[in-house]
Write a protein that binds this ligand. Structure first.
Ligand code: COA
Length: 329
């Protein structure tokens, strides 16, 4: 019996119109364009503006376009997973809100929280449902409205993040295309370096938590930087080794976009030329769960059936991983 694999058969992204430039950030905090470009590679990010708009607003647009472009009817979707750390609400899940807006009612949906590794965790989870033969059309959407949890008085974090969403459709494939290997890791010892302290069950919202600015992202950038480089370089090397892949065999590396210097160091350690690395951090900053599918969306026209891709991410938790897939179209 041929093995069923989960192949990506379509991708679509959505970024809000508002462009937050380094020049505008210079008016908000003590920073400058040159520092931001040199230390992170970011030139601008997109911000979702408007009362009552949340992560689902962007997720809906990404998934709507995905269904249209792949000719998928809402009733055909039998599972949707939304990777996010900025759900519209604690519950119901953002995936449910997206599904409701698009009339997806024949399957089930849930959110998956793995910070910047969320998309890799989610496509891996989704791939198991497809490989089992039980699910035929599975949507995975990575979406984050980071501007809702970023402190725009903290120059060390507010320059990094942006808002965005992108979604892929996964379908069964028996011709060798699709997700071939996932190597996922987590280490809770990283919890002290990158977190949003309040708003959960341990520190529910109170005047005190608001006053202490504890509903915002806290990051100790140095240790996160080091762990991100070594974590991603390690899983990329392991993934290539156990799949007998050389640098020449791999068409593209698709890294999480957190800092251009992190991406460059991982590329150097894994011996990849930068021409094979998808990088769009200059335009969008770090959109957390959306960075990798936004890259796939942007590069879609350059991809060919049979291309070997390695996706890699690192994020809060710590969480990290690498996914090896053969592009299907
Ligand atoms: N503008 C100007 N100066 C800034 C600044 C800003 N926006 N942010 C920090 N600085 C200052 C610091 O205060 C520090 O000044 P000091 O030396 O007088 O104390 C100096 O720049 C260097 O700060 P440092 O934190 O050592 O810079 P860095 O080179 O480590 O870059 C990050 C900071 C956040 C860009 C970097 O650590 C990083 O990208 N970390 C990982 C991010 C990440 O991957 N996060 C998400 C995981 S998914």
């Amino acid at each position: 019996m041929t093995k069923i694999r989960a192949a990506i058969t379509g991708v679509n992204g959505y970024v809000p119109d508002y462009v937050l430039t380094n020049a505008e950030l210079e008016q908000m905090v003590d920073t400058n364009d040159q520092w931001i470009r040199a230390r992170t590679g970011i030139q601008e990010r997109r911000i979702l503006k408007g009362e009552g708009k949340g992560t689902s607003t962007m997720g809906i647009e990404a998934v709507r376009g995905l269904l249209e472009k792949t000719g998928t009817a809402p009733e055909e979707v039998d599972l949707m997973i939304c990777a996010t750390v900025t759900p519209d609400m604690q519950f119901p899940d953002t995936a449910n809100l997206i599904a409701d807006a698009l009339d997806i009612r024949n399957g089930f949906c849930f959110d998956l929280h793995a910070a910047c590794s969320g998309f890799l965790y989610a496509i891996t989870a989704a791939s198991r449902f497809v490989e089992s033969g039980a699910h035929k059309k599975v949507v995975v959407v990575g979406a984050d409205k980071m501007s809702s949890i970023v402190d725009y008085t903290d120059r060390s974090t507010c320059i990094l993040f942006g808002d965005g969403a992108a979604a892929v459709l996964l379908e069964p494939n028996e011709d060798g295309y699709g997700i071939r290997d996932s190597l996922l890791r987590s280490d809770g010892a990283g919890q002290v370096f990158l977190f949003q302290k309040a708003g959960g069950s341990r520190y529910p919202a109170s005047p005190q938590t608001v006053e202490n600015r504890e509903h915002f992202v806290y990051q100790n950038g140095g240790p996160v930087f080091k762990a991100a480089v070594s974590g991603m370089a390690d899983v990329v090397a392991q993934s290539m080794k156990r799949n007998n892949l050389s640098v020449d065999d791999v068409s593209w590396v698709v890294p999480h976009q957190a800092n251009r210097r992190i991406i460059e160091q991982v590329a150097r350690m894994a011996d990849f030329p930068l021409e094979k690395i998808m990088i769009n951090i200059h335009k969008y900053g770090n959109t957390t769960a959306a960075t990798i599918p936004l890259c796939l969306w942007e590069w879609e026209n350059q991809l060919k059936a049979g291309d070997n891709l390695i996706l890699t991410a690192f994020g809060g938790g710590f969480t990290w991983g690498a996914v090896y897939l053969k592009w299907a179209y």
